[in-house]
Design a binder for this molecule. Structure first.
Ligand code: C5P
Length: 415
C-alpha cells in the first residue's frame, strides 16, 4: 500500500489488571462478590489478603472466583518464587483495598511495610483506591480521620463509606458500599484516568454479533461472530462519556456492560428495526460492528422441515444493509462501518466509505488466523471520508478493548 500511515492515536495505558486487597473486617464477605463482578467486567484480578482478612473469608473462595492463587505472605520463599511482592506491585494497573480496616489505614498513612499489602502499596506506581469500612465510632475517631486525610493528600483515591445499620448493630457511617457501587467507582475512576471524555453528551448506537436467519423453527443461518468487538466498543464509548445503546444480534453470550442499554435481536430485519428506532430517538454516532447475514430465507418454514428428499434447495433473498440505510436516512450522523477483507484492503475500504456514505471504516484482515472473530485480539486499518482529509491509521495487534479505545479516541478526534 502506497499510503504512509500516521502514528497511532495516543491514549493513556489501560487499566486491566487489578489487585483486590482485602483486610480484616466483617465487610470482607462483600469482597467475594466484588471479585466476581470485577472478573465479569473483564478485569484480570489478583487478590491480596491480610492475616485479619483470612479470619473472615478464606483464600480458597477468592482463588476460585478469580482463577488466580491468592497472595497472603510477604516473606515466603515459595510465594516470592512465584510472583514476588515487587513483581506483583509492577503487575498491577490498579490496587483496590476493600474493605480497608482502621489498622490498615494507619499502617499505610505511616508508610509501614510490615506485610504484603503495605509493601505492595509502597512499591507500586499504580493508583490505589481505598474503601474503608469499620464501626461508626471507630470511623469517627480523629486518629482515623487524620489517617484518611493523610492518605488522600498522598494521592490515594478514597471511597467514602456508606451510612446505615452496621453488622455490630450500631447505626452510622462506616459500612462498605455494596459491590456494585464499588465496581461503578472503579469504572468511573478508570474512565476518568485513561479515556479523554471526548464523547460526553453524545448518544451512540452500536450493532454487534451475528444475525440469525430462521430456516424453520429449529434451524437457522448464521456466522461465527461473537460480538466481542462491539461489546468492547460499547465499554470504550461509555468510558468516554457517551450514552450507549447496544443492539446484540443472534445468540451473543456476553455480559452486558454496566450502564449500557442492551437490545437483543435475532435477524437482520429485527436489527434494522431496532437500529432505526434508536436512530429516530436521537443518536449522534452509529457504529456497525455486527456481522449481518447477507441473505435470509425467503420464507422460514412454519414447521420443522422433514428429511424426506435427498436434496433440498433454500430460496434466499438479500437482507437490508443496516449501515447504509441508517447513514442514508441520517446524513448528519457520524457513521462508522467495519469491513473484513482478505486483499486490496484500501481499495475495498474506500469503495465502502463512498457507497455506504460512511465517515469512518475500520478494516481487519480476515486472512490472518491469529485475530478477529472469536479471538480476544484484533488489528485494524482505519480509513476516513475524504472530507476529513485524514490519513489512514494502522492499529497494531492488541486486545479488542485496546483497539476499541483507540477507535473511540479517533472518533472523538474526528467528530
Ligand atoms: O458490505 P459489507 O458486509 O462488507 O459491510 C460491512 C459493514 O456493513 C459492517 O459495518 C456491517 O456491520 C455493516 N452491514 C450492515 N448490514 C448489512 C451488511 C453489513 O449493517 N446487511
Amino acid at each position: 500500500m502506497s499510503q504512509i500511515f500516521t502514528p497511532v492515536v495516543p491514549v493513556a495505558p489501560s487499566i486491566t489488571k487489578v489487585i483486590l486487597a482485602i483486610t480484616g473486617g466483617i465487610a470482607a464477605y462483600k469482597s467475594a462478590l466484588l471479585a466476581r463482578l470485577l472478573v465479569k467486567e473483564g478485569f484480570e484480578v489478583r487478590v491480596i489478603m491480610t492475616q485479619g482478612a483470612q479470619q473472615f473469608i478464606t483464600p480458597l473462595t477468592l482463588q476460585a472466583l478469580t482463577g488466580n492463587e491468592v497472595h497472603t505472605e510477604l516473606l515466603d520463599t515459595e510465594a516470592e518464587a512465584g510472583m514476588g511482592h515487587i513483581e506483583l506491585a509492577k503487575w498491577a494497573d490498579l490496587v483496590l483495598i476493600a474493605p480497608a480496616s482502621a489498622n490498615t489505614l494507619a499502617r499505610l498513612a505511616m508508610g509501614m511495610a510490615d506485610d504484603l499489602l503495605a509493601t505492595v502499596c509502597l512499591a507500586t506506581s499504580a493508583p490505589v483506591m481505598i474503601a474503608p469500612a469499620m464501626n461508626q465510632q471507630m470511623w469517627a475517631h480523629p486518629a482515623v480521620q487524620l489517617n484518611v486525610q493523610t492518605l488522600s493528600d498522598m494521592g490515594y483515591e478514597m471511597i467514602e463509606p456508606d451510612s446505615g445499620v452496621q453488622a455490630c448493630g450500631d447505626v452510622g457511617a462506616g459500612r462498605l458500599p455494596e459491590p456494585e457501587i464499588l465496581l461503578r467507582r472503579v469504572l468511573n475512576f478508570k474512565a476518568k484516568l485513561m479515556v479523554p471524555q471526548s464523547l460526553t453528551g453524545k448518544k451512540v448506537t452500536i450493532t454487534a454479533g451475528p444475525t440469525v436467519e430462521a430456516i424453520d423453527p429449529v434451524r437457522f443461518l448464521s456466522n461465527h461472530s461473537t460480538g466481542k468487538m462491539g461489546f468492547a466498543l460499547a465499554r470504550a464509548c461509555r468510558d468516554a462519556g457517551a450514552e450507549v445503546t447496544l443492539i446484540a444480534g443472534g445468540k451473543v453470550d456476553l455480559t452486558t456492560p454496566l450502564d449500557v442499554q442492551r437490545i437483543n435481536v435475532l435477524s437482520a430485519n429485527d436489527m434494522l428495526q431496532a437500529a432505526s428506532q434508536s436512530a429516530k430517538a436521537g443518536c449522534d454516532i452509529f457504529i456497525a460492528t455486527a456481522a449481518v447475514a447477507d441473505y435470509r430465507t425467503r420464507d422460514a418454514a412454519p414447521q420443522k422441515i422433514k428429511k424426506t428428499q435427498d436434496e433440498m434447495t433454500l430460496d434466499l433473498v438479500k437482507n437490508p444493509d443496516i449501515l447504509a440505510t441508517i447513514s442514508h436516512t441520517y446524513p448528519d450522523m457520524f457513521v462508522v462501518g467495519f469491513a473484513a477483507e482478505t486483499q486490496d484492503v484500501e481499495k475495498y475500504a474506500r469503495g465502502k466509505l463512498a457507497s455506504k456514505d460512511l465517515d469512518m471504516i475500520a478494516c481487519n484482515d480476515v486472512s490472518r488466523k491469529d485475530i478477529g472473530f472469536a479471538s480476544d485480539e484484533n488489528a485494524m486499518t482505519v480509513f476516513f471520508a475524504d472530507k476529513y482529509q485524514q490519513e489512514p491509521e494502522a492499529l497494531d495487534k492488541a486486545s479488542k478493548d485496546e483497539i476499541a479505545r483507540q477507535l473511540v479516541a479517533l472518533i472523538g478526534q474526528t467528530i
